[in-house]
Design a protein around this ligand. Structure first.
Ligand SMILES: *Cc1c(COP(=O)(O)O)cnc(C)c1O
Length: 370
């Protein structure tokens, strides 16, 4: 058996180990928030936003952000159907309903042209998820949001390193949410970040994130409202400080991997990969291939070929509307059609050229042998 090629794996250097060791050794008492404060400051600077709150997950950041926007029982939040459950789950926590809109054939992100048809008086937000590093058409989304008085929010968990018309993904909407799960470009093991430029929204989420205790509250142990407990630990933040110092290197490497795959696969006619429209940068979190529509090469054939070669490649996201417990009756042909002919390729930072060549040759063999 050839050695296993993993799908994702964090890039951990001496720097991460040094900071985490310091946090575990010294980061207590007076210093218990030191790395958290540093990580938030560094992240704000990287992203170009006013406010940031480190969280235990992106799911938690989305939950608090939407709670602060007033999303509640009976409300609706619009998002693309092709998505990971983490984008929709916080909507349901608040008693609201995720409304799934079909995605675009090329970016696999929400199709702006299909949004207005599902806007109702209950619509409280449009959630732009930058899938696999690919950017949503934010200009179009913001225009729709403005027209209907609905905030556009960004799930940028997969969009770190992506830039839209000069601004970083996650910094453009009413608020943005990031994930530092172990599979993401920047990791703290588990973790997330809430970001915004809105001072009022920031104060509200800050209070929510502190179990409802407002900053100005002088009474001890006195919550001003029911809040949440989605905090990041100082030790996780220490890992984050090291990762954010290396952000240029981490995203550059992700982009190198995507472009190496693209170059190696140019021979396959009609093959689609993560796009990079003009005046944007794709952070390239997850290199993904989608076979041409009329292809006979199915997800199962792709999975089988990679399994045989001991390569961990993963399936494309299922349409969330197909999950029975979400009780959606949306009909979204593009989102339905994509997963049957697509696969995610291994892309951890330390993957070698030889391993990428092995991945490429699996696809070339499968596609060109017929
Ligand atoms: C990973 C991911 C999340 C969830 O992040 P957690 O930190 O695990 O909560 C949310 N949205 C998207 C698009 C993701 O890829």
């Amino acid at each position: 058996m050839k050695p296993r090629i993993y799908y994702t794996k964090p890039s951990i250097t001496e720097l991460e180990v040094r900071y985490a060791t310091d946090a575990a050794t010294n980061g207590w008492g007076e210093k218990c928030y030191e790395y958290i404060n540093r990580f938030e400051a560094a992240f704000k600077e990287h992203l170009g936003v006013e406010y940031a709150i480190a969280t235990s997950s992106c799911t938690g950041a989305l939950h608090m952000g939407m709670a602060a926007l007033g999303v509640g029982p009976g409300d609706e939040v619009i998002l693309g159907d092709t998505n990971w459950i983490a984008s929709a789950a916080p909507v349901t926590y608040l008693g609201a309903k995720p409304v799934f809109v079909d995605v675009l054939e090329d970016s696999w992100c929400i199709d702006p042209a299909r949004i207005e048809a599902v806007i109702t008086p209950k619509t409280k937000a449009i959630l732009a998820v930058h899938l696999y590093g690919n950017l949503c058409d934010l200009d179009a989304l913001l225009l729709i949001g403005e027209k209907h008085g609905i905030p556009v929010i960004e799930d940028a968990a997969e969009g770190i390193g992506s830039v839209y018309h000069g601004n970083r993904a996650g910094s453009i909407g009413k608020f943005g949410a990031f994930s530092f799960h172990g599979s993401k470009t920047v990791t703290t093991g588990e973790g997330g970040m809430f970001v915004t430029n809105d001072a009022e929204l920031y104060e509200h989420v800050l209070t929510l994130s502190n179990h409802g205790r407002a900053r100005g509250q002088t009474k001890q142990f006195w919550p001003d409202m029911v809040g949440f407990k989605y905090k990041m630990s100082n030790i996780q933040a220490a890992l984050g400080c090291a990762q954010i110092e290396r952000i240029e290197e981490l995203t550059r490497r992700k982009r190198e991997i995507l472009s190496y795959y693209k170059k190696g696969l140019t021979g396959i006619p009609g093959l689609q990969m993560n796009p990079e429209p003009s005046d944007t940068v794709n952070g390239a979190w997850m290199p993904t291939v989608v076979m041409p529509k009329d292809t006979h090469i199915t997800r199962e054939a792709l999975q089988q070929a990679f399994t045989t070669e001991n390569i961990d490649a993963r399936v494309f996201f299922w349409p969330l509307s197909s999950l029975p417990f979400l009780d959606s009756h949306a009909v979204n042909p593009v989102s339905d059609g994509l997963p049957g002919r697509a696969i995610n390729l291994p892309s951890y930072h330390d993957i070698t050229r030889e391993d990428m060549d092995r991945v490429i040759s699996v696809l070339l063999r499968l596609c060109l042998q017929r």
